[in-house]
Design a protein around this ligand. Sequence first.
Ligand SMILES: [Fe+2]
Ligand SMILES: [Zn+2]
Length: 376
Amino acid sequence: MSVLGENTFENVLLKNQSVEITFGDGNKIKFEDCWLRDHCRCQNCYHADTFQRAKHILDIPDSRIGSFRFDKSELVIIWDDKHESSYSPDFLSQFDYTKWSNSRKLSPKLWAGPPVMEKVAKVQVNEFLNTEEGAKRVFQSILDYGFVLIEGVEPSLAGTEKICQALGGVQHTLFGGMWEFTTKAVHADTAYTNIALDAHNDNTYFTEAAGLQILHCLEHVNGTGGETLLVDGFYGATRLKEEYPEDYEFLTKFNVEAEFVETEHNHKYSAPVIRVNSDTQDLVQIRYNVFDRTAMAFEDGEKCRAYYRSLRNLGRYYQDPGNQWQFKLKPGTVLAMDNFRVLHGRTAFTGSRTLGGSYVSRSDWLDRARTLGLIN
Ligand SMILES: [Fe+2]
Ligand SMILES: [Zn+2]
């Protein structure tokens, strides 16, 4: 017996191998019999305590609907093999395709340049670590703008690690878990120098690029420069789509290979620079790092030319200072940015500068955001 929820069953019609249901809210949804059998929630078919299906897909009988009955709060199907399944209107009404797919959409708020500093959340460390409200503000800001600032953090690697843990946990890579970098080159990468770094995404050469990058300037003494710059990769891609639709199309399909090489390491990965959801065409990931591209062969001259033209056209939005936000990270303020969306860089600097931080995998930070009820 199901509990009366918000929705009700108004009408149920059997149509060949499907069932057309009209709900109390006026919505009408058609379900195939194979789907209904797969979604039987009886103890034999579903483990309610673990939210897992109990039957292998090959063991779900290819049965037909024998008969059915319904009232406002329950639909009972008696299958031709005598199995009985019961459904509530609230359960079934979630599966309107448009409603269901919209509920899974992220809604990034695109930005260009310094006005974003007024919008992005600046959350005190205690509020983030100790209150649900603070945690929600942090993750909502990452979802909306692709980054957040956490303030009042102890300027040490240990203090930074607490933030990384609360953002989802440290993602280990060849750079370690928590890392600290200075101009002392411990890896073959320009990040470990004092020269300027143009806007880029990290890990274009990994099969699983970092989800978040966490940066904390622990110390900068006896020098100047070293400003961080951020640019919204989704904004640039959206402008490209409007102004150079062919180039956008090209970058969503053409695989660009990137690599990382040092002694005993050779990471390599090939994927489009602009990754979109194949169902919705929504932006999923930007993989833009012009420095880590490998030397590639092209099947024809046209592709080769399209590659240069489209990467340059996209790159112009990212290099445009009007689209960037440049600021100086200070000890105590932790920056967490979505590496699937926001590009980062820094200006050249002098003096001694130590940055601490880590990566957090995308699966892990989205897990936190979902647990907080911010996404589906
Ligand atoms: Fe980087
Ligand atoms: Zn069942």
